[in-house]
Design a protein around this ligand. Sequence first.
Ligand code: NYM
Ligand code: MG
Length: 219
Amino acid sequence: SDPSSSRRGAFIVFEGLDRCGKSTQVARLVERLERKGDRARLQKFPDRTTAIGKMIDAYLQSKAEMDDHAIHLLFSANRWECANAIRRDLENGITVIADRYAFSGIAFSAAKGLPFDFCLNPDKSLPLPDLTLYMTLSQEEASSRSQFGEERYETVSMQSATRQQFTLVAQEVKNRHGKERWVEVDARGTIEEVETRIEGIIANLTSQGVQGEIGKLWI
Ligand code: NYM
Ligand code: MG
């Protein structure tokens, strides 16, 4: 019996407020893993390419209006339509790196005033991330980055309310799934500096994979 055969790919999620550098880091990470010969896949949320994703995209660009509950459920549905592919890839030994996940779903919707439990419930039993990296940056720095303010939610007041909700989400993850699954990363500094921090945190997960079954979120 070869113990390595029971290992699966790691499911790693990047979270944070808008313009904290997530997408840049996620893209560089997947590229770096592929260059090393590791199998890795980037999963963006929202995935704007699907039918549901196109509705979300129109909402975020203020080309469509929608009830807060309805758009919340669409963000969740957008994860559910990708859930089987994530599970399959992890089981096939592929590292899945997600740019946002259910944690953004709760934080942004709860920041608008929806009840926390309502925000959490639709994502129950989605694939559980093995690790979430929460990238932190002051609002002054995030606001000064190019393109801040382009989309819905990119206002200082909304980001500040979402930041508060993210602390509650972090607590919920640590309570329900263990402290080790949520790690904060300082997103200040150059792209290379942040990249080095991230690399140090995830090196073992990406090179060795994970033992054990894929967990279920919030279960
Ligand atoms: N967002 C993202 C939500 O409000 N709920 C969700 O479930 C997800 C995944 O969409 N401001 C928000 C956060 C962002 C916006 O994301 C678009 P991005 O990463 O800028 O494409
Ligand atoms: Mg954005």
